[in-house]
Ligand binder design. Structure first.
Ligand SMILES: Cc1ncc(COP(=O)(O)O)c(C=O)c1O
Length: 452
């Protein structure tokens, strides 16, 4: 199952490695037990192995009082946790007395946010719709595409994650969500996620690999003339960066066949990849979806930005969420964008990401456990392998390295069991990146010594 899923599970081998390690969770024990007693158990959220007591900047503090550099943050810590600029916007909005807008009333913070989104969005994207969470935003994008095109099928990549709602899991087809659920959304078609490192043909040449995946895409499009939209992240969850050639070809096929391109930028928007939106590295989508960091890690908020000519469903409802035009969430989201712009986080992410990546490539030269370093900006990943020729995933060692780093104050999650997912807050400093590299280096040395 793991190879089909983006998730790093909180059970099975993963949690056993935590339990077997000498990781001290004694003072967390009582809360962890109450958590396990109170919540419905499900993969990925309950039970867990740690509690958190405070979040701040690029860090979180766990129940043992450890300060951890958080390279995961669920993607919400773009401007850093509890960013004072964002907190001030929240406090000002609370103090203003305007904390909710019932349906049929608009409000200044929501309008200003929508205008700001349009101002910074890629060309032609000029219509906004807001909602509480990323999954809902993806579903609004799908419904807009279906209503606009009058088609009903969707195309997306197998094993990806676009949210936990029914339409979103149907599109993502991550087995943690879909297995055993019965029939999913009809018309959800799937393709294998492109991979330059491990692909079915064994290709290493980028153009050859691109062409093989583009051909697969074309074949599905040829077989179905009723696809409303293709939904994907422009840079995949495992930090695989498709080429501009790949995206240009896919966009062309979509345009030629009346298929709308929906980019899920819930993780990548607002500077993470060294551009305000990751799409700016490649092509503009017809609908762009934002979320996570949009709410500053403080409030849940998300939305879509669509092309002007998709403003065609005035007589229908595709969103209609209670907190759609929340003044509170809007004020927070607007302050996030202002902070990203005023404090040059986009440029910083590009520069710091370059340094981080260079450091990881240096480690790759030294440690044969590192099969591949990939990603753009502060959206990086390291693929650990048992053998560089076979590229077999080194899952046990990856877990050991994760625990080693966690004990030294660096927290990251694993993807597919063996890929280090390195996505810090964009407010991270060069010094902190160098520290992460040092901890990783010690971790690789430790693993090498244990091997010999
Ligand atoms: C790429 C991507 N899309 C959509 C979502 C869903 O967002 P939310 O959890 O806010 O519904 C996530 C969440 O992890 C995500 O990573």
């Amino acid at each position: 199952m793991a190879s089909q899923s983006k998730a790093s599970v909180n059970q099975g081998e993963n949690i056993r490695i935590f339990q077997d390690s000498d990781f001290d969770t004694a003072s967390d024990k009582e809360l962890l037990e109450r958590d396990a007693d109170a919540f419905l158990h499900q993969a990925l959220s309950t039970p867990v192995f740690k509690s958190v007591t405070k979040v701040e900047g690029a860090y979180l503090y766990d129940g043992e009082g450890n300060k951890l550099l958080d390279l995961h943050g669920n993607g919400v810590h773009t401007v850093g946790y509890n960013n004072p600029y964002v907190l001030k916007a929240l406090e000002d909005q609370l103090a203003s007395g305007l904390t909710f807008a019932p349906r049929r009333f608009t409000n200044r913070p929501a309008v200003e946010l929508a205008e700001k989104l349009v101002e910074i969005a890629p060309n032609e994207l000029s219509r906004v719709l807001l909602c509480p969470g990323g999954s809902e935003a993806i579903e609004m994008a799908i419904m807009l595409a279906r209503q606009h095109t009058r088609r009903w099928k969707t195309l997306s990549f197998k094993g990806t994650f676009h949210g936990a709602g029914f339409q979103a899991v149907s599109v993502g087809a991550d087995p943690h969500f879909t297995e055993g659920l019965g029939p999913l959304m009809p018309g959800a078609l799937h393709l294998e996620l492109p991979d330059y490192y491990r692909n079915p043909w064994g290709y290493t040449d980028q153009v050859k690999t691109d062409n093989a995946y583009i051909e697969q895409f074309e074949k599905v499009v040829e077989a179905h003339d009723d696809i409303a939209a293709f939904i994907t992240e422009p840079i995949f969850y495992n930090s695989t960066v498709p080429t501009a050639y790949y995206w240009q070809s896919i966009k062309e096929i979509c345009e030629d066949n009346g298929i709308l391109l929906i980019f899920d930028e819930i993780y990548t928007a607002f500077g993470r990849t060294g551009k305000m939106f990751a799409s700016e590295h490649f092509v503009s989508p017809d609908i762009l979806v934002v979320g996570k960091g949009f709410g500053g890690g403080i409030v849940p908020f998300a939305g879509i930005i669509a092309r002007e000519d998709l403003n065609t469903v005035a007589h229908k409802s595709i969103g209609h969420y209670t907190h759609e035009k929340s003044p509170l969430c809007s004020a927070v989201a607007k302050s996030v964008i202002d902070y990203v712009l005023d404090y040059n986080l986009v440029e910083d992410a590009g520069e710091l990401g370059g340094l981080f990546r260079a450091g990881l490539l240096k480690l790759q030269k030294r440690f044969k456990l590192i099969g591949e370093v990939k990603g753009l900006g502060l959206n990086l990943a390291v693929d650990l392998v048992k053998d560089r020729k076979t590229k077999t995933r080194a899952r046990k060692k990856a877990h050991k390295l994760m625990v080693f780093c966690l004990k030294r104050g660096v927290s990251f999650k694993l993807i597919q069991g063996n890929i280090l997912n390195l996505k810090p807050a964009l407010v991270i400093t060069e010094k902190e990146i160098n520290h992460i590299l040092e901890v990783l280096e010690e971790g690789f040395e430790y693993l090498e010594q244990r091997e010999n």
